[in-house]
Design a protein around this ligand. Structure first.
Ligand code: PMP
Length: 285
């Protein structure tokens, strides 16, 4: 667990870190976040994560709390102070503290910033990738701006809990059209029987995952067949391979969907190769 957190300008012991009860993040989930992988003590794809942060903030009309250079110093400092070599760094920005009123505070208040860093067990993650994971499907029940990385994650929380209760590690949302949008905390992919890699186009219906973006570069560079389009659950069940992507899981093979084995029920060759390949295309800083 993060022992030192950055909270609104100060590095504090986690046990003493707190935010105001009138913080709009606490009251309304009025904020955004980013999660960056930490590898060998360095941040993975920080530039792209910061670009997405700026976009999320802009969409919600929340001010950038400090320059990106200053933010980068804070992120690295929290990683360093917690001695995280492999793990994640979490950044949250909310609209700030104000007396409870749904409309934006007027005059504007400074945004609140929290940064924490936590270790992840690389050995365990690799073992999991070697086995593959199970996913369930759930009805898409989120708002229509999930491209904004908002901290309002109640549907995602409920979907993940349902997955856990059913012995799975992720839930894939399925729209009314029968097509998979994405996972509760990851992007969804399949490899068809004829070797096409398929993932939904990044419109307002999914979060444009940074891992997804970097993996698309890898896939294009390798000259693999790629289709950015929605796929149905039936297509996923008939696929040769399935996998998901996120900053904390990179490329994670999916071996069961709603209890049905995918391909031969073991992690796919391409998924496993792309997990390795990701490192060649990600940036560290
Ligand atoms: N979709 C959702 C809903 C997510 O929460 C995440 C992880 N934050 C992703 C996709 C994957 O994004 P990234 O690769 O940037 O971690």
């Amino acid at each position: 667990m993060s022992r030192i957190a950055y909270v609104n300008g100060r590095y504090v012991r986690r046990s003493q870190a707190s935010v105001n009860i009138e913080d709009r993040g606490y009251q309304f989930a009025d904020g955004v976040y980013e999660v960056c992988e930490v590898r060998g003590g360095q941040l993975v794809d920080e530039r792209r994560h910061m670009e997405r942060l700026v976009r999320s903030l802009t969409e919600l009309r929340i001010a950038l709390p400090m320059s990106l250079t200053a933010l980068s110093v804070v992120l690295h400092e929290v990683v360093r102070r917690n001695r995280v070599m492999d793990g994640i760094v979490y950044l949250q920005v909310t609209r700030g503290v104000a007396r409870r009123d749904h409309a934006f505070p007027a005059p504007e208040v400074p945004p609140s910033v929290v940064v924490t860093a936590n270790r992840l067990d690389v050995g365990r993650a690799e073992a999991l990738a070697g086995e593959g994971i199970a996913v369930i499907t759930v009805p898409e029940n989120r708002w229509d701006r999930v491209d904004i990385k908002s901290i309002a994650l109640l549907p995602n929380v409920l979907a993940k809990q349902q997955a856990r209760e059913q012995g799975a590690r992720e839930a894939w949302y399925v729209g009314r059209d029968g097509k998979v949008t994405e996972g509760s905390s990851s992007n969804a992919w399949i490899v068809t029987r004829d070797g096409k890699v398929v993932t939904r186009q990044a419109d307002h219906g999914i979060l444009r995952g940074i891992t997804r973006t970097v993996l698309l570069d890898a896939i294009k560079a390798k000259g693999l067949d790629l289709e950015e389009r929605p796929f149905t659950v039936a297509e996923a069940l008939a696929a040769r391979e399935a996998f998901l992507t996120s900053a904390s899981q990179i490329v994670m093979p999916v071996v069961r969907i709603d209890g049905h084995p995918i391909g031969n029920g073991a992690p796919g060759l391409l998924s496993t190769a792309l997990r390795r390949e990701f490192r060649r295309y990600s940036e560290v800083s």
